[in-house]
Design a protein around this ligand. Structure first.
Ligand SMILES: [Fe+2]
Ligand SMILES: [Fe+2]
Length: 136
């Protein structure tokens, strides 16, 4: 399957660690997309979903700490967006358990996970990057 979600240099937040996390995150979403599309074994899909969940939690936590360290004034708003994402991810996991991998689920991974992250990295995360660049 083609690589669907790709990090691009214009998505950089000027921090090597966070950029690396964003790249890895998009990689893993591509993997999940591939697994949901091709894998008949539900346990492998669940493993991938769980792995991605842990990775996402680690990233969001790191990023929130980073924004706090740099005194980003929109931190609480940004955290709200992260929290909403986490809630939706939990719902996504539940529906996977209930209905298994379906075609709808595949497009959900694509739109909810992939497009959400591309947008979030390219817009919301860029906002703290801009703030830090201007203020430090
Ligand atoms: Fe991020
Ligand atoms: Fe973020």
């Amino acid at each position: 399957m083609e690589i669907k979600f790709m990090w691009a240099p214009n998505m950089s937040v000027n921090d090597e660690i966070i950029d690396a996390q964003h790249k890895e995150l998009l990689n893993q979403i591509n993997t999940l997309l591939d697994v949901v599309f091709n894998e008949k074994d539900i346990s492998i899909i669940k493993e991938t979903v769980d792995f991605l969940e842990k990775y996402i939690h680690g990233h969001l936590e790191y990023e929130e700490e980073y924004m706090e360290r740099h005194l980003y004034p929109e931190l609480s708003h940004h955290k709200e967006i992260h929290d909403k994402f986490n809630q939706r991810y939990t719902e996504f996991k539940k529906s996977l358990e209930i209905s298994g991998p379906t075609k709808e689920m595949f497009s959900e991974v694509e739109t909810f996970l992939g497009n959400w992250w591309i947008h979030h990295i390219g817009h919301e995360d860029r906002k703290y990057a801009e703030f830090i660049k201007e203020n430090e």
